[in-house]
Design a protein around this ligand. Structure first.
Ligand code: 13P
Length: 235
């Protein structure tokens, strides 16, 4: 299976930044790694992708197809701008009261619209085990069908932007929990790690059984982002 590196730019960047990101990333050569760029919605049209390894993603979407949903963006709207992936259930959205029910609806709607959901799961506290993952993974099982393409990103909330990392052993345990729970569903799933990844720690993190990364802060430094892509591609 191919590897995957996803850039979540969160609420950062401007038009000039995303125009230059596209120019630099279009020149990237990767053998076996897909790159997904998730800018804020309004900048999707400025990422002009001309590289078969690079795809556009959104950071969220509405759980309904259209209608009375002020401020929301539908999957159809995302697709009009060439979006092929969508992040669902990021903890920065879960913390505003997003429920598992809403997350399920988003995963299903994404798949129904031929968007690949990148579903974020992970425990809140460093001291916690991985029990929280099971209800989060259950939402994926409830929403997706056999053979569906799904990306599952293990993103421990305590690691986001803190510089704190789980051990390779803990990441492997999370991967094992995810794989065990989804096994019978026969999804076409990739598993990523996200949280404080940078160009220095990525080699160590890749000793775990992951298919790539969901990158936050480091995505804003395009050269470092591309360094990570290179490391992932050469594993
Ligand atoms: P950082 O890489 O900035 O820790 O963010 C991780 C994340 O939230 C990915 O979506």
């Amino acid at each position: 299976m191919h590897k995957l590196v996803v850039a979540n730019y969160k609420m950062n960047g401007d038009k000039k930044f995303f125009v230059s990101v596209a120019k630099k990333i279009n020149k990237t050569k990767a053998k076996d790694t897909k790159i997904v760029l998730c800018p804020p919605f309004v900048y999707l049209p400025f990422l002009k992708i001309k590289n078969k390894n690079v795809y556009l993603g959104a950071q969220d979407m509405s759980q309904v197809q259209n209608g009375k949903s002020t401020g929301k963006v539908s999957p159809t709207m995302l697709k009009e701008f060439g979006t092929e992936y969508v992040i669902v259930g990021h903890s920065e959205i879960r913390c505003n009261g997003e429920t598992e029910q809403t997350i399920k609806q988003k995963i299903k709607l994404a798949i129904d619209n031929q968007l690949v959901p990148i579903v974020c799961v992970g425990e809140k506290d460093k001291s916690s085990g991985l029990e929280e993952l099971s209800s989060q993974i259950q939402s994926i099982l409830d929403a997706a069908a056999q053979g569906d393409n799904v990306v599952i990103a293990y993103v421990p909330v305590w690691s986001i932007g803190t510089g704190e990392l789980p051990t390779v052993t803990k990441i492997n345990k999370a991967v094992q929990v995810i794989k065990k729970q989804i096994k019978d569903k026969k999804l076409n799933a990739s598993i990523l790690y996200g949280g404080s990844v940078n160009e220095q720690n990525c080699t160590e993190l890749l000793k775990s059984k992951i298919d790539g990364f969901l990158l936050g802060g480091v995505s804003l430094k395009v050269d470092k982002f591309l360094q990570i892509v290179k490391v992932v591609d050469n594993v």
